[in-house]
Design a protein around this ligand. Structure first.
Ligand code: DMJ
Length: 482
């Protein structure tokens, strides 16, 4: 298969056929299988894999809830038709996935990876165990909303129900991208359980946000759950802000375009982002800066690169004279993020890149040069491909496949890199669960036909777990059945 990477046009490698340059079978049979088999061999049942040390990796985001990689990967296994693997993953969930633990967890991370993963596995496979576990976990998360405003805590002990916020967050605040990234999953939890409480909790977050004044129409990253006041006026479309905006748009799409409130909030926010955060470098690269109390920091995070796909996905709902503009904005962000990859030695992008001090799309600080197998750039290629069919997005995705194989693939799985500008790989020894749930899934979709999880019927949560659009008729059907 190495021969194949060097000479993709050869078409035959390691005994299986690559009938074209960009083949989803390569992603599933070679990449996903390698990631999964090694996780299974060295870290089965633990949260993540350390592919160099060949042992389990535990992150405090999940407390002592176990099996993050299994739950995050369920739908990817299903979509890639890895039936045996899906079956063993399901059996593990049935027998071992346990939420009755004394654990302090991140509400956001557990929601997007565990609740989202279980919901998708249920919708794709119809297996009741996933629905039951998702609702059980959703119920465990409810005490996080016991604050004076109903804005949830970031951290929750799921045994005691005691919540708190990250000690580093401005003035005891909750984080916009965390409390703003519960909506899709909680609406589905109500839909599947018949219990309105989940949807009520997230609709209340909307209400609180709508009552507040927004500086220049922007949403600060910090909001105090007790006072209901903003913390520091820092605004970001990357870390701390990102998926809040994504969920406004997707809430509208997932509601079969009936959630007018979500729609308005999304397009108003994009308007303010365009006015205050989006800039063009002297070399012609469009980027999204960070805003700190009115001052711009000309830096863009890898996380921010998801926004290319978001703008393009939202083009359809924009006023008709703006549709082309939103697609174009998506294309420009995709190009900038591709440049951030192309300007490195390893052809994989840094955690953050800057547009100041004479550089463009390059990381200048040592602590911003790492790549941890993140998906956002490939995610944007996938949306741009589906929405424009411009072949460059598949080419760029394939460049990422080659770079991942060359620099991140190791004997024991896939590892992140400490410095993408270096000549030699220094591996960070973590195979993140989102590599299986997002990076590989988006690559697979990028090289697949558009009718695999079509956008009219599915929206992806921020961890790439597909959730079905709740069509207007579905509700009626259920109403009629009652
Ligand atoms: C994922 O867990 C999700 O995409 C989240 O929204 C942001 N960070 C990671 C991947 O980079």
């Amino acid at each position: 298969f190495l021969l194949c990477l060097e000479y993709p046009q050869v078409g035959v490698c390691c005994g299986f056929l690559l009938n074209q340059h960009y083949n989803p079978a390569f992603v599933s049979l070679q990449m996903m299988k390698h990631a999964w088999d090694n996780y299974k061999r060295y870290a089965w049942g633990l949260n993540e894999l350390k592919p160099i040390s060949k042992q389990g990796h535990s992150s405090n985001l999940f407390g002592n809830i176990q099996g993050a990689t299994i739950v995050d990967a369920l739908d990817t296994l299903f979509i890639m038709e890895m039936k045996e693997e899906f079956k063993e993953a399901k059996e593990w969930v049935e027998k071992n996935l346990d939420f009755n633990v004394n654990a302090e967890i991140s509400v956001f991370e557990v929601n997007i990876r565990f609740v989202g993963g279980l919901l998708s596995a249920y919708y794709l496979s119809g297996e009741e165990v996933f629905r039951k576990k998702a609702v059980e976990l959703g119920e465990k998360l409810l005490p996080a909303f016991n604050t004076p405003t109903g804005i949830p805590w970031a951290l929750l002990n799921i045994k005691s129900g005691i919540g708190r916020n990250w000690p580093w967050a401005s003035g005891g605040s909750s984080i916009l991208a965390e409390f703003g990234t519960l909506h899709l999953e909680f609406v589905h939890l109500s839909h599947l359980s018949g219990n309105p409480v989940f949807a009520e909790k997230v609709m209340n977050i909307r209400k609180v946000l709508n009552r507040l004044d927004k500086p220049e129409g922007l949403y600060p990253n910090y909001l105090n759950p007790s006072s209901g006041q903003w913390g520091q006026h820092h605004v970001s479309i990357g870390g701390l802000g990102d998926s809040f905006y994504e969920y406004l748009l997707k809430a509208w799409l997932m509601s079969d375009k009936t959630d007018e409130d979500g729609k308005k909030m999304y397009y108003d926010a994009v308007q303010a982002i365009e006015t205050h955060l989006i800039r063009k470098s002297s070399g012609g690269l469009t980027y999204i800066a960070e805003w700190k109390g009115g001052l711009l920091e000309h830096k863009m995070g890898h996380l921010t690169c998801f926004a290319g796909g978001m703008f393009a996905l939202g083009a359809d709902g924009a006023p008709s004279d703006k549709t082309g503009h939103h697609i174009e904005l998506g294309a420009e962000i995709a190009r900038t993020c591709h440049e951030s990859y192309d300007r490195t030695r390893m052809k994989l992008g840094p955690e953050a890149f800057r547009f100041d001090g004479g550089v463009e799309a390059i990381a200048t600080r040592q602590n911003e040069k790492y790549y941890i197998l993140r998906p956002e750039v490939i995610e944007t290629y996938m949306y741009m491909w589906r929405l424009t069919h411009d072949p460059k997005y598949r080419e760029w995705g394939w460049e990422a496949v080659e770079a991942l194989e060359k620099h991140c693939r190791v004997d024991g799985g896939y590892s992140g890199l400490r410095d993408v500008y270096n000549n030699h790989e220094s591996h960070d020894d973590v195979q993140q669960s989102f590599f299986l749930s997002e990076t590989l899934k988006y690559l697979y979709l990028l090289f697949s036909e558009d009718d695999l999880l079509p956008f009219e019927h599915w929206v992806f949560n921020t961890e790439a777990h597909p959730l079905p659009v709740l069509h207007k008729d579905d509700g009626n059907k259920e109403e009629n059945q009652k």
